[in-house]
Write a new protein. Sequence first.
Length: 319
Amino acid sequence: GWSMAEFVERAVPALRRQLAGARALCALSGGVDSAVAAALVHRAIGPRLICVFVDTGLLREGEVEEVRSIFTGLGMDLRVVDARDRFLAALDGLADPEAKRKAVGETFIRVFEEEARRLEAQVGAIPFLVQGTTYPDVIESGGGAAATIKSHHNVGGLPADLEFQLVEPLRDLFKDEVREVGRRLGLPPAIVDRQPFPGPGLAIRMIGPVTAERLQRLRACDRIVREEIRRAGLEDRLWQAFAVLTGTPTVGVMGDRRTYGEAVAVRAVTSDDGMTADWARLPYEVLDRIARRLANEVEGVNRVVYDVTSKPPATIEWE
Ligand code: XMP
């Protein structure tokens, strides 16, 4: 394989030529691919790149602040759009996982389009759209015209009818190469070594309806799971580790009182590519700390179960 130093060295002048004096827009998802694509294009055209990060309200705790500090720290023009209420409204009353995905995807596109128009009114024409499409994305979507849009059930997917010319500098790269490019461009491990997080976010980690209260509950659970995994030094060995609100009402006891709460599932898997996965043999002590903290610290949680199914037959996510 070619070295990623060489890749960056070639890609930057090529992007400079392709974008010849024009502006570009990039929707950051918080994930590795869009971050690296943005950093690379920023290296080429500097302030002519504008990044948009939509706060869907479906993100993990601290994620908005983290993205903001990392990208503004790199000197990039980042606009954070607070669309939390719109996503909640779009999800109102929906319980079916695919309906939730669709609502999140459509709302994302609408919010992004509006922001793009607003920005164009502010700074003038923005003809280019930067996307973090990678080689596996191209393969997965069949290599046709649609392949250029990273749309497979993804929040990062944008409508083909937006009048942008697509810039996809990572199209030939595999994930580990993308990470290497990101490191070379000065992106911190918090971004480059990040575990995958689904586009629809926390909305598809709670069986049943999405409400502000359940989002707050799940965000607290997710923070505890990630803290304990990190504290145990296991983060790098896991593909993903997270909490799921199962929607199952459950009875508990505290002192001489019965409590009524929701069972939370903990999911941790190892995987090479997400296509197959094995449940992680987490040490009992780690599971114990996670379970105690979830039940003690998170309002409405009085039972914790650990998911011991692999993929297949189960998927990694619960919905
Ligand atoms: P499953 O649950 O299908 O997940 O075994 C495989 C990988 O894909 C992620 N995933 C998603 N990513 N939008 C995304 O961007 C989605 O709707 C979605 N559903 C699952 C999942 O987190 C895992 O890494």
